[in-house]
Design a protein around this ligand. Structure first.
Ligand code: SF4
Length: 440
């Protein structure tokens, strides 16, 4: 059995490559070459592929993808609630899902979620590695055992915080927000307690062997990502990124596909530099960004702060946006928060795809605009990114104006009939046509 990257290096065009090429309207050879160059990945555990996975591709050659994080916390834990959140995320258009559970029954939660998850499914194994034990007590055997256990369940990509090194920790002294990554903070505590190097870094070759066996993709975690805009692009973040560049190469040489995780909180004017430096250091490996959130002052609205950053990031170099929900920094998101987060990230991704001229992206906008201009509400609503919300709002508006036939309403409550410029425009066009008026 070979991995996806080994297959493409041998010139093979796998079924997964063909399926991604079909879905994105691209040549299969092009997808194959991008995978071979390490610029595109198809996260697909062989076991998940055998059950219900529909493979997707992540890379600059393709549309920008969106991930939704779900998962129990140690305070609130219910498998049913997480299943509901995953279903909501998928129906809103999430391209991938990460289970970040830290509550109880982690194996059972993961198994139940995976059984109904048709998209790439990621985890952060360090969370389970410390479950039921103090972080100081984790050892190499436990780490490998849990990673292998999750691999056998069919997880498609693992966040592995192997880039946080002992020598990076003094660089945190000047930070405002310190370490905000859960994985990064736990590993830093372990390194300081034992005065040893990060065990995930030390065992990186062993991890590559497990991931290659199941063809799981690395999502190299950014344990030192900035947690506030004052810490963005600091020495600690860049030092870790350089280590991630080295690990990207090592994993690819062992036959593993790799994407790299990135910040975090980044002011708008630093996003371009952050994207470009990652692409340079990691040799074009797909960049998976967490937001980025462009201002710290809007708790309750961080789906918006991250969508602003997400568009810039995807325009300048990111391939994969991790959503942020309105409840970020405040509490565990519920299903409504998940929905709002996915929609915001999808808008950010699409806006970037339009701006970078990706094949077919602007067509969707044009089709909707034609329907809007024709007052063709049925198509207008159906083609929208969130038809459910658009239809509800249109129904409510029609009630306000007393329109009986929703699809044929020729104005809405925003301007009223006499002020409806769309309707007036149609009259103008009809008039021009009837008089045979032509441009001089
Ligand atoms: S009434 Fe105003 S908002 Fe509504 S369709 Fe006409 S122009 Fe658009």
């Amino acid at each position: 059995m070979v991995t996806q990257i080994q297959a493409v290096l041998a010139g093979t065009i796998s079924d997964e490559v063909k399926s991604v090429a079909r879905a994105e309207g691209q040549d299969a050879e092009y997808i194959r070459d991008e995978i071979a160059a390490g610029r595109l990945i198809i996260p697909a555990n062989k076991l998940h592929l055998k059950s219900n996975l529909r493979p997707i591709g992540i890379g600059r050659a393709l549309t920008t993808k969106v991930n939704a994080n779900i998962g129990t916390s140690s305070v609130r834990s219910s498998i049913e609630a997480e299943i509901e959140k995953m279903d909501v995320a998928l129906s809103a258009g999430a391209d991938a899902v990460m289970d970040l559970s830290t509550g109880s029954n982690l194996d059972d939660t993961r198994e139940k979620l995976l059984a109904r998850c048709p998209v790439p499914f990621g985890t952060v194994p360090i969370y389970q590695i410390i479950e039921g034990r103090d972080v100081e007590d984790i050892d190499n055997k436990t780490i490998l055992e849990i990673i292998e256990r999750q691999a056998k369940q069919g997880v498609d990509f693992f966040t592995i915080h192997a880039g946080v090194l002992k020598e990076h920790l003094p660089l945190l002294e000047k930070r405002v927000a310190g370490i905000v990554s859960r994985g990064g903070a736990l590993l830093a505590k372990w390194m300081l307690y034992h005065n040893k190097q990060n065990p995930l870094y030390e065992m990186f070759d062993d991890l590559c062997d497990i991931l290659a066996e199941y063809d799981i993709s690395f999502s190299l975690g950014d344990g030192l990502r900035p947690g506030c805009i004052a810490d963005a692009t600091d020495d600690a973040q860049i030092a870790e990124l350089k280590t991630l560049g080295e690990l990207t190469q090592r994993a690819q040489q062992k036959g593993c596909q790799v994407m790299v995780e990135g910040p975090g909180h980044v002011p708008f004017d630093q996003i371009q530099y952050n994207m470009e430096i990652q692409q340079k250091i990691c040799n074009g490996a797909p960049f998976y960004v967490l937001g980025p959130v462009v201002t710290d002052i809007a708790p309750g609205y961080d789906h918006i702060t991250s969508a602003i950053g997400g568009t810039a990031a995807a325009f300048y170099g990111a391939s994969f946006l991790c959503y942020v929900t309105p409840r970020e920094h405040l509490g565990l998101p519920n299903a409504n928060d998940v929905r709002a987060g996915v929609i915001a990230a999808k808008i950010a991704a699409h806006a970037a795809d339009v701006a970078r001229g990706l094949k077919g992206a602007a067509e969707k906008d044009k089709n909707l605009s034609i329907a809007r201009t024709n007052l063709d509400w049925k198509t207008h609503l159906a083609e929208s990114l969130d038809p459910q919300t658009a239809e509800r709002m249109h129904r409510e508006a029609c009630k306000e104006i007393g329109a009986e036939q929703l699809p044929s309403a020729d104005y809405c409550s925003m301007c009223g009939r006499n002020w409806c410029s769309v309707r007036i425009n149609r009259e103008i066009l009809d008039f021009i046509k009837s008089k045979g008026m032509r441009k001089a």
